[in-house]
Design a protein around this ligand. Structure first.
Ligand SMILES: C[S@@+](CC[C@H](N)C(=O)[O-])C[C@H]1O[C@@H](n2cnc3c(N)ncnc32)[C@H](O)[C@@H]1O
Length: 250
């Protein structure tokens, strides 16, 4: 594993407990429409699914209990997340692997009906390699669904409710921040443009079926959205999509 991934892994191990089911299906992301509203997943009864960045395992649990998937596989960088997911998925016999999503770890090829990733794909240090691998894991006709921060959202700041552009959307590349969830847990992340996600999917051989720039979920429609400068807020979400969701097919 390269130094950057090793450092991110250590930090994820530190902050894993903050992500106990927070970004998990049926939610696609903060304040975003859910799977019940968007209906992006195929019929997965008795099917094989693979979760990229499974976190606490709650999305895999949803796949088993709500969608009827019978083979639950997952890859995640963090050993702490794997421990958490094993607890969440007790009795469901998941096959969980602790590894970077961008690395070949001999998962079966042409095997899965659905590969998906909820708020994890953007952590990859190599989008091209990751999408090539994901494409190879899928059966012909299988689907790939992922959600991630809307690429422009990371550049939107709110100062007393006035929305401003922060940094440059044009400059893609690595960014390191020293604190995560208030912990001393440095993380390095690659910012990318919306077109990069779309073009890399096409280059990997996917057919794009649906692109969602999120709106607030039905659950939030009646909530007040007072001025808020927080990174994720209903206030910002009512003005700009927090989440990008793409469904593609092999
Ligand atoms: C926000 S959490 C995802 C939540 C999860 N999808 C769920 O449904 O609950 C992001 C996850 O990505 C994992 N991650 C970060 N970088 C990764 C990488 N390069 N390869 C695999 N997993 C990674 C982290 O360990 C963390 O568990």
């Amino acid at each position: 594993m390269n130094q950057l991934l090793e450092s991110n892994r250590k930090s994820w191990d530190k902050v894993a407990h903050y992500f106990n089911g927070v970004d998990a299906l049926p939610s696609y992301g903060p304040f975003t429409q859910t799977e019940d509203e968007l209906k992006l997943l195929d019929d997965l009864q008795n099917k094989k699914v693979l979760d990229i960045g499974f976190g606490s395992g709650h999305s895999l649990k949803y796949m088993a209990e709500e969608k009827g998937a019978t083979e639950l596989w997952g890859v995640d960088l963090s050993t702490e997340q794997k421990l958490a997911a094993e607890k969440t998925l007790q009795g469901l016999e998941p096959r969980l692997f602790c590894a970077p999503m961008e690395q070949e770890i001999d998962l079966p090829k042409d095997y899965f009906d659905c590969v998906y990733s909820i708020y994890a794909l953007g952590w990859t240090t190599d989008l091209k390699a990751t999408l090539k691998l994901i494409h190879s894991y899928l059966k012909q006709g299988g689907s790939f669904v992922f959600s991630w921060d809307h690429p422009l959202y990371a550049h939107i700041s709110s100062e007393k409710g006035v929305i401003t552009l922060n940094g440059s959307y044009q400059q893609e590349g690595l960014h390191t921040f020293e604190k995560f969830k208030g912990e001393n847990a440095p993380m390095t992340i690659h910012t990318r443009k919306l077109a990069t996600y779309i073009n890399e999917l096409i280059q990997a051989g996917f057919i794009i079926e649906k692109v969602v720039e999120s709106d607030e979920g039905a659950h939030f429609k009646d909530e007040d959205a007072p001025v808020s400068d927080q990174y994720y807020s209903l206030y910002k979400t009512r003005r700009f999509p927090s989440t990008l969701i793409i469904k593609a097919r092999k």
